[in-house]
Ligand binder design. Structure first.
Ligand SMILES: O=P(O)(O)OC[C@H]1O[C@](O)(CO)[C@@H](O)[C@@H]1O
Ligand SMILES: [Mn+2]
Length: 441
C-alpha cells in the first residue's frame, strides 16, 4: 500500500509554505525583536541593569535565529533544559533519519513546513527562557490584547445576543434550538479569520457585527457537517441519565476575538444542555503569535467582567462562575506545542490521548490544528477526512477551521479544481471555512 503523501514544505518553491518561510516567518521574528526593543524601559524599571542585559541577550538570540532561517542553515537541537526539550531533540533526530545522504541535515527550506514553523516558535520561546529575569515575558501578548480591544463592537454584539438568548432558551422548540446552535457554531468558525500569524502580526480584528454576516458567509462553508453535530449532541441530551455528564472538549486556537466566539459556543452548549461540561485546551507557551495561553484565557474573562457594557460584564461574571464551579475546565499539555501530527498523540502523550477519549465530542479550532489533524500533507482534495486523520480518533471530532494553508480533504469531486480555477488563493486567504466531522466509529 502506498504511504501517506509528502509533507508540505518550503522546498516547493512558490508554494504557500515556501512564501511563509521566506517572507512571513522573518517578518514575525522582526516584530518580536521590535517588541523587545519597545519594552526596554519596562524591563529596566522592573529589573534594573539585569533587565537591560536580558533584553539584549534575547534580541541577539532572535537575530541569530532569523539569520539561520534566512540563510537556510541546519536546524540545530534545543539547548535550554525545559520540559519538552528531549522530545523536541528526538523529533529532530527523527526528521534527520527521514533524509537520505545527499539531503544532509534538516533545514528550513527542505524539511516539512509544519516542523520548521513549530520549531521557530519553540526557538522564540527558548530565546526568552534563556534570558532571565525577563524569562516569563510573552512577546506576543500586546498583539493579542490589541485584537481584543479592537473587536469591542463585535464582542458587545455577541455577548448581547448570548444573554438575550439565555433568557428564552428554555422556551425554544427543537428546531429553534438547532438554529441557535448553528448560529453559535458559525460565529466560532468565522472567529477563526482573526489569527495574527497569517498577517505577520499585522492587526486583524473583527470590527463589524459578525451576527449580521452569517447568512452572507454561508456559501463559503465548503464542508458543512453541522447537522451531524446536532444529531450527536441532541441525542446525548435525550438519552442522558440524571447526574451523568456530556463532555465537549474544545482545542482552542487564537485568543482575542476568536476566543470570545469559542466561549460563546461553550456557554451555549451548557445553557442549551447539549453538554454539561466543557474542557478547553490551550498552549503552555506563546505560540503562532495569537494562540491562547492560560494567562490569555483568564485575562479575557477578567476584562469582560470589568466592561461597562452590562451584557459583556454579565458574560464575564457567568464565565468566571463556570470556571469556579468546574463546568468549564481549562487544561494545557505540552503536546499542543510539539511539532507532531495528531496521529502521534497515543505514542507521544498517552495521558492526553486517554483524556481526550473521555470526551463525547472534540472541537479542533483553527488552521494549525487542521494541519496537525491531517499531517499537513499534500492530500488529494477528495480523500476522506477519516483517512487523512491516519488513525487519530480518540472520540468523535470536528474541525472548525478557516482555510489558511494548502491542505484540504473531504471535498466533492471537482470542487477543489473549480475553486483553483476561479480563485487561486482559496486555500490560504481565510475566506473559506469547514465544519468537518469524523463521527462515532
Ligand atoms: O490560527 P490558525 O487558524 O491556526 O492559523 C495559523 C495559520 O496561519 C499560518 O501562519 C498561515 O497560514 C499558518 O502557518 C497557520 O496554519
Ligand atoms: Mn492560531
Amino acid at each position: 500500500m502506498a504511504g501517506p503523501p509528502a509533507s508540505l514544505s518550503a522546498r516547493d518553491v512558490g508554494s504557500f509554505a515556501y512564501l511563509s518561510v521566506k517572507d512571513r516567518s522573518p517578518q514575525i521574528l522582526t516584530k518580536a525583536i521590535d517588541t523587545l526593543h519597545r519594552h526596554k524601559s519596562e524591563f529596566f524599571e522592573k529589573h534594573g541593569e539585569k533587565g537591560l542585559e536580558a533584553e539584549k541577550k534575547a534580541i541577539s538570540l532572535l537575530s541569530k535565529l532569523r539569520n539561520e532561517l534566512q540563510t537556510d542553515k541546519p536546524i540545530v537541537p534545543l539547548v535550554e533544559k525545559f520540559v519538552d526539550t528531549d522530545i523536541w531533540n528526538q523529533y529532530l533526530e527523527y526528521q534527520q533519519s527521514l533524509l537520505n545522504e545527499s539531503d544532509g541535515k534538516p533545514r528550513w527550506f527542505l524539511s516539512p513546513w509544519l516542523f520548521v514553523e513549530c520549531y521557530m516558535y519553540r526557538r522564540i520561546h527558548e530565546a526568552i527562557i534563556q534570558s532571565p529575569p525577563i524569562d516569563d515575558f510573552d512577546i506576543f501578548k500586546e498583539f493579542k490584547d490589541q485584537n481584543f480591544f479592537e473587536s469591542q463592537e463585535s464582542i458587545i454584539a455577541l455577548c448581547t445576543h448570548l444573554q438575550e438568548l439565555r433568557k428564552t432558551i428554555e422556551d425554544l422548540d427543537e428546531n429553534q434550538l438547532k438554529n441557535e446552535f448553528f448560529k453559535v457554531l458559525q460565529i466560532s468558525l468565522w472567529g477563526n479569520k482573526c489569527d495574527l500569524s497569517l498577517s505577520g502580526g499585522e492587526h486583524i480584528s473583527q470590527k463589524t457585527n459578525i451576527m449580521n454576516s452569517l447568512e452572507d458567509l454561508k456559501p463559503f462553508i465548503l464542508v458543512n457537517d453541522m447537522d451531524r453535530l446536532w444529531s450527536l449532541l441532541s441525542n446525548c441530551k435525550k438519552t442522558r441519565e440524571k447526574e451523568s455528564v456530556t463532555r465537549v472538549d474544545i482545542v482552542l486556537d487564537n485568543s482575542g476575538f476568536e476566543l470570545i466566539t469559542d466561549l460563546v459556543l461553550a456557554d451555549f452548549l451548557l445553557s442549551s444542555k447539549l453538554a454539561t461540561k466543557i474542557h478547553f485546551y490551550g498552549k503552555t507557551i506563546p505560540w503562532f503569535v495569537s494562540d491562547t495561553t492560560l494567562h490569555d484565557f483568564n485575562w479575557i474573562i477578567k476584562q469582560l467582567k470589568h466592561s461597562n457594557n452590562k451584557w459583556v460584564s454579565q458574560c464575564g461574571v457567568d464565565w468566571e462562575d463556570h470556571v469556579k464551579t468546574g463546568r468549564w475546565v481549562y487544561l494545557d499539555h505540552i503536546f499542543w506545542t510539539l511539532p507532531h501530527e495528531f496521529s502521534a498523540v497515543s505514542q507521544v502523550a498517552p495521558d492526553l490521548h486517554a483524556a481526550l477519549q473521555k470526551a463525547h465530542l472534540i472541537f479542533f479550532k483553527g488552521d494549525l490544528n487542521y494541519r496537525k489533524l491531517t499531517g499537513d500533507r499534500r492530500w488529494e482534495f477528495t480523500v476522506p477526512f477519516h483517512e487523512a486523520l491516519s488513525g487519530f480518533h480518540p472520540a468523535p471530532l470536528c474541525s472548525i477551521r478557516t482555510l489558511k494553508a494548502e491542505v484540504q480533504v473531504g471535498l466533492q469531486p471537482g470542487q477543489g479544481e473549480q475553486l483553483t480555477a476561479s480563485e487561486p488563493n482559496w486555500l490560504t486567504a481565510g475566506k473559506y471555512g469547514v465544519f468537518q466531522f469524523d463521527g462515532p466509529l
